[in-house]
Write a protein that binds this ligand. Sequence first.
Ligand SMILES: CCCCCCCCCCCCC/C=C/[C@@H](O)[C@H](CO[C@@H]1O[C@H](CO)[C@@H](O)[C@H](O)[C@H]1O)NC(=O)CCCCCCCCCCCCCCCCC
Length: 508
Amino acid sequence: MEGQLYKWHGYISGWTQKYFVLQNGSICYYNTKSERDKNQPAKETLNMGLCEIVVDPHSPAQWELRMPVESKVWHLRTESTPERHQWIKALGSAKACLLDTSSLGSFSRSTSVESSSRLLSYDQNLVADDQQGPSSLNGSIHFEPIKENLDTANDSGNGSMNNLLLTSDTSSFVNVNNTDEENNMSQLSNQCEKTIENIRQLQQCLEGQHSSTHIDERIQQVESAVAALSDLMTDCKQMLAEPMDSTDRGQEIDDGIPSEHSEPDHQNLDQSSPPSSDEKSRELSTFFTSCVTDFGDVMSGLVKSENQPLIPTELFLDACQCYMEFFERFAGTLMGPLKTDIQGNIDKITKVINSVPGYKYLQDILSKEIVANQHTGPDTGTQALLWLTRGLRVMCHFLNNCLSEDSDTRGDTSTSLVSSYTKFLAKHHNWMVQRLFKMGLKMIPSFENFKVSMIGEANLQALKASGDTHWEQTAEKAVIEQGLVYSSNMGKVTSLIHDVYQQYNIEV
Ligand SMILES: CCCCCCCCCCCCC/C=C/[C@@H](O)[C@H](CO[C@@H]1O[C@H](CO)[C@@H](O)[C@H](O)[C@H]1O)NC(=O)CCCCCCCCCCCCCCCCC
C-alpha cells in the first residue's frame, strides 16, 4: 500500500504531507511521490515488526507508529477516518504477517495465535469505532513489539492485574470474567508500563545533555501516554464498578464472604464480649501499624542535648526504609520513579554513615559535611537527607489533608496530594519535573482504593469474614486513626530536621 499521509514534524513545520510506502514488512516515506518514482532513498524507514500502532479514538484521522527500541514516534494523519482505517488495517496486517512468519524464529506457536487474536479484536474495535464514532471502551489500540507480545502471552493475568490495583476497587475482581474487560485491563497494564517507560526516558533525557527539541518530544510522548492511560483508567473503573450492582452480590456470598447487607455469621460472634468498634479498628492491622520501626520510635529514641534533641541516624533510616512499604502497597508502576528517588536517598545516607564512624545522629551528617564544605554535591548526606525530608513532609501533609476531620480536603486523595505537593515540593522542582508531577498527580488512586491499600486485601477479607456488619466503618476508622498517629510522629521528626537545616540557613 502507498499514498500521501500527513506526518507531524514538530511545532515549527507542523503537519507536512509525505509519500508513504508500506511493503515487505516496513514502512518508509519520501518527500514526494516523484522521489519514490525516481528510486531516491527514503527519508526514514520503520520495521513494522518492531512497531506499535497506537490509535487515538479522540482524533478520528490520526494515529501513531511507535518504535520503542529506537525511541521513534511517527505521528500520522489522514484526511478521513475511513482512510485511516485502510492504513491501519494494512499496517496491522504487515505486523501480523511478520509475527506469524519471518520474525517467529524460535517463538512458540501460541505467539502467532496471540497476535492474530489481537489483530481480530483490534479489527472489531476499529469497525466499532468507524460505525459508532469514538467508543469509550476503545481508549487506544496497541500492537506491542514482538517481545512484549510474548510477555503478554505468557502472562496469566496476575502481573497485569497488579497495575490495575492502582485504580480499581479490588473487591470487584471477583465478578470480572469478561474478555472485553480483560482486554481493557491488559491495555491498561501495557499503557501503564509504556507511560512509565516514557517518563523514564524523559528523566534520562533531562539528566543528559540532549537538545531542548529532544526534550520537547519526550514531554509530548509522556503527555500523550498519560492522556491515553487516564482514558483507559476511566473505562476500566467503569467496567469494574458495574458488575457489583444487584445480581452479582450473590457471588460474594458464594465465596463465603458476607456482603455489606448480609446477616452476620452468628457462629463467628464471640457470645461473651463482642469486641467494640473501637477495639476492632485498633486491632486491624494497616500499613501504619505494620512498620517494624516507625517515626514514633524515632521520637522515643531522641537523645537530649544542649540545644536540640539529637536524632539517631539508624532509627531514622529504619523508619524511612519501612516507609518505603507505603509505596509498595500501591503495586503500580506509577510510584516507580518516586520509590527510586527515595530509596536512592536512603542508600546515599547509609553510604555516608558507613564510610567512617561518627554519624550516630543526623545532626552529625550536616555538621561534618558543612565544616568540610562537602555538603552541596548530589550524593552528599546533606542533600540526600534534605530531599528525603521534603518527601516526608509531603507525605505527612498529605495524610493530614486526607484524614483529618478539620481538613477541607478530607477523603479527597487527589486534591490533598496536589495541595501538599504545591506547598512543599513544587518550589524545589524545575518546570519539567513539575509538569511530570502534575501529570502523575492526576492519576493517583481514590480514597476508597487508598484505604484498601493501607489495610491490605487479606486483612480486609478477614475483617469482612469476621462478621462485623460495620466492617467498612471499622476499616475507615482504622486507617484514619492509625494514619493520623503515624503522620503526627512523622511531622514531629521532620520538624526537628527542618530546625537542623534552618541553623545552617538551608531551606527544607
Ligand atoms: C505521589 C504520587 C504522585 C505520583 C507522581 C508520579 C509522577 C512522578 C514523575 C517524576 C518523579 C520524579 C521523582 C524524582 C524527582 C527528583 O528530581 C527530585 C530531586 O532529586 C534529588 O536531586 C538531588 C540533586 O541532584 C539529589 O541530591 C537527591 O539525591 C535527589 O533525590 N526528588 C524529589 O523531588 C523527591 C521526591 C520525593 C517525593 C515524595 C513524595 C511523597 C508523596 C507521599 C504521598 C504519596 C501519596 C500517594 C498517593 C496515595 C494515593 C491515594
